[in-house]
Unconditional design. Structure first.
Length: 458
């Protein structure tokens, strides 16, 4: 699969991705899927905050705010008050004589005075202040993501121009903004929003439009979210990352579409650094899905050299089996030792028999035989050295039922190679399966159903 194909395949799933990448240069609106189940994102509000902040017009609004505030609109109102002694303002003599005669006869020091007051608490300014407070709160909410030096963060809020710091400082020190009272969003009426949206000043029209769009996101409006993601999806630049995400998202799709009580419904989590699952399922097996990370669960580990047991026997099994698999798939043998963690790892929280509890997927964005051989070795090491609560799920030399490990590689059609088909791999009783990219969307659902859904394996 080429880069363009991968972007098209994953564009609709990038809502939760906040790792390294850039904002899309091209319009990918046609590729973004509608948000059918926004309630399944456990961090939905924070992700809305982030993608709202990444909108170009939001960043432009904040960058131009200081200059625009010089033309802020106010209204002048007349205030009437009673003074005794000194006079501060214009004396309303008619009201003064009336007040003296009715409340203080003979008191020549009493005056009714009129003064002019500049009012900031007008509908347009209240709408503006709510938007500014929304942006400020959103920046605080996603600060954990903006702290990074990732390309998309540097290009937007924390780069050379330090837009985040400049905006935050302005919001806190501006004389004009301090004069506008803070207002809860639910206190704004439709009439206030309409008045701001129809203002002659761009400042107020933009504020009303951005605030209205923001509310559509919060209510889960599918069209609005689709448009938002088309403009702000953080897109990895490395093709290998795109390929890994393609496999991850197809794994999640396969699990979700089974609609089985064994699997349940998903909750999607933000894809960021750390060891938290990117998805959890509430079915009987309580599946968790990890991307390129070791689970936070301290009971699960991938250690090539266990401290309490000589690893030679297991290493021998890995290398010997890796050689056998490579020979069945290719023709030469050259095996490397490498153990880190699977690119995609599915684990059942409620432990079943081992062959029903784990699925390790290694992804190699390559058609090169040596790279694929390396992937075979890595995947076998994951299965062989994986431990849970200090115990190996699989005995030495055993790697599950043949479906617990999947290596995904690029399509080999134009390489001149003749790789074994899945049927041939199964017939040869290979301990893992090697799947080409074009077969992922058909193979993964079948594998996942056999592993996690049926009452027993064939």
């Amino acid at each position: 699969m080429e880069r363009e194909d991968l972007i098209e395949a994953i564009a609709g799933d990038l809502f939760t991705y906040v790792l390294e990448g850039e904002l899309p240069e091209d319009d990918i609106a046609a590729l973004v899927k509608p948000f059918d189940f926004p309630e399944q994102y456990n961090d939905f509000d924070r992700l809305v905050n982030l993608h709202f902040l990444l909108r170009e017009d939001v960043r432009t609004f904040t960058a131009e705010l200081e200059d625009r505030l010089r033309g802020i609109k106010t209204e002048t109102t007349a205030e009437t008050r009673v003074q005794r002694g000194g006079i501060d303002g214009r004396v309303d003599w008619e009201s003064t004589y009336r007040k003296r005669s009715t409340s203080s006869p003979g008191n020549r020091s009493l005056y009714v005075v009129e003064s002019q007051a500049e009012q900031y608490a007008i509908p347009e300014n209240l709408v503006l202040k709510v938007l500014i407070n929304t942006i400020k709160a959103s920046l605080e909410d996603v600060n954990r993501y903006l702290k990074s030096n990732r390309t998309w963060a540097v290009d937007t809020w924390v780069g050379e121009h330090q837009l985040r710091e400049e905006f935050t400082s302005l919001a806190e020190r501006s004389y004009h903004l301090q004069r506008i009272p803070d207002t809860d969003r639910d206190k704004l009426t439709d009439r206030m929003i309409t008045r701001a949206a129809s203002s002659r000043q761009d400042l107020y029209r933009d504020a009303a439009n951005l605030l209205t769009e923001r509310e559509r996101y919060e209510t889960g409006d599918r069209g609005a979210l689709q448009s938002l993601l088309s403009d702000t999806a953080i897109t990895p630049q490395k093709t290998e990352t795109l390929f890994e995400l393609f496999v991850l998202f197809r794994t999640l799709d396969a699990l979700r579409t089974l609609e089985s009580p064994q699997i349940g419904t998903p909750t999607y989590h933000t894809i960021t650094s750390g060891r938290d699952a990117v998805a959890t399922f509430d079915g009987d097996t309580q599946l968790r899905v990890y991307y390129n990370q070791t689970p936070r669960d301290p009971n699960i580990s991938f250690k090539a050299l266990p401290e309490s047991e000589p690893a030679q026997s297991r290493s021998d099994f890995v290398h010997r089996t890796s050689t056998d698999v490579a020979d069945a798939f290719f023709t030469d043998t050259n095996i490397q030792n490498h153990t880190k963690r699977p690119d995609v790892f599915v684990v059942a929280s409620r432990q079943e028999e081992p062959v029903r509890s784990y699925l390790a997927i290694e992804v190699k964005d390559s058609r090169n035989q040596q790279t694929i051989r390396q992937g075979i070795t890595e995947l076998l090491e994951y299965l062989n050295f994986m431990r849970r609560e200090g115990e190996y799920p699989f005995a030495p030399g055993k790697f599950g039922c043949g479906l617990n490990g999947i290596l995904v590689v690029q399509d080999l059609d134009d390489t001149g190679l003749s790789p074994a088909s899945l049927a041939e791999q199964s017939k040869a009783n290979l301990p893992i399966r090697i799947v080409q990219a074009s077969h992922v969307e058909t193979v993964l659902p079948a594998v996942i159903r056999r592993l996690f859904d049926p009452p027993s394996l064939d």
